[in-house]
Design a protein around this ligand. Structure first.
Ligand code: UDP
Ligand code: MG
Length: 310
């Protein structure tokens, strides 16, 4: 019999775990295939661990992975996929922003279209700040422009994937994983499913600005070399401006139409401007060297403390 796993990353979600479990279980009831839930506790400091252990003790169809510390959302989802032996998996957030009631619909669409991936596109995002909505919109569009791969915009990790995709995903060796991008990159048949994103049922977002920034820069650096080309373009423009100025001043000196000596302001401006250009381009280069450094060290993406019901 076919099996479907629901992968749920959780970080300090004590307020939503019980309701998330109840609603997910309820949604899975109507399916005729066997199902299980894999919770990944991403080093929560609250009662998430106890709550998940309690659920796992009473329900053999719930598996739990506890990380040794907080590794982040993407490593948590990665661990879920790596430990999934089901034929199909749905990745979903613990906070119910992505309603689990949609899972049967995703499955139906997958069967109808014979798709390998059903990715969920947010028609609207309820209860999120203007800042979050704006940065998200900007991020997905910029990434699409910067990257060689084209991604569907306004989609999160909420999606259904099949065994074929999971097997390919498991083979990926890069440590900085931008999962929604990698799943698009893998290919096969991918179909969209449109839905309204709801607001978090309880608790606060676990994605403060620092995590959003890290997430966005990982996506950018791992999927695009354009920042490097932009650095070259900036350098090229600077050189061109320099040459033009040199010619202008030389001719000015010969024919007496420019008085270049009294140029304190222009010198200061250009020193600061081109100093900035240089720091910026070195900074861009540094970012790529930084990820190379991380990849070369090849530390694991996550460390597991304990597994339950595996
Ligand atoms: N999450 C996680 N580790 C983290 C941050 C978040 O496992 O370091 C989980 C979190 O528990 C939730 C999902 O990732 O299930 C999405 O996080 P959140 O809802 O806070 O993000 P938002 O929807 O605000 O972007
Ligand atoms: Mg959320």
């Amino acid at each position: 019999m076919k099996k479907l796993a629901v992968i749920v990353p959780c970080y300090n979600e004590e307020l939503v775990i019980a309701e998330s479990y109840r609603r997910t279980k309820e949604a899975l009831k109507s399916l005729s295939i066997s199902t299980e839930i894999i919770y990944i506790n991403d080093g929560s400091q609250d009662k998430t661990r106890q709550k998940l252990d309690e659920i796992a003790a009473n329900d053999p169809f719930v598996k739990v992975i506890h990380f040794s510390r907080n590794f982040g959302h993407q490593p948590a989802v990665t661990a879920g996929i790596n430990h999934c032996d089901a034929d199909l998996a749905v990745i979903i957030d613990a906070d119910m922003q992505d309603p689990p009631e949609l899972i049967p619909k995703l499955l139906a669409l997958q069967e109808k279209e014979n798709a390998n991936v059903v990715y969920c596109v947010r028609k609207s995002r309820d209860g999120e700040s203007v800042f979050k909505k704006l940065t998200a919109k900007l991020f997905y569009r910029t990434l699409n422009y910067m990257s060689d791969v084209s991604f569907p915009v306004d989609t999160g990790d909420f999606r259904l994937i099949d065994r074929k995709v999971m097997d390919q995903f498991d083979k990926l060796r890069e440590r900085g994983k931008y999962i929604r991008g990698l799943i698009s990159w893998v290919g096969f048949k991918q179909v969209p499913f449109y839905y309204e994103r709801e607001s978090r049922i309880a608790g606060e977002t676990k994605y403060p600005f620092s995590k959003m920034w890290k997430f966005a820069s990982t996506a950018m650096l791992y999927f695009s070399k354009k920042p490097l080309y932009l650095a070259i373009s900036l350098g090229f423009i600077a050189v061109l401006v320099g040459i033009i100025l040199a010619i202008w001043f030389t001719l000015g000196k010969i024919y007496g139409f420019s008085n270049a000596e009294t140029g304190w302001t222009s010198i200061m401006t250009s020193v600061i401007f081109f100093g900035g250009v240089q720091l910026l381009t070195v900074g861009v280069l540094g970012q790529y060297i930084g990820i190379l450094f991380d990849e070369v060290k090849a530390r694991p993406e996550y460390i597991i403390d304990e597994k339950k019901n595996f």
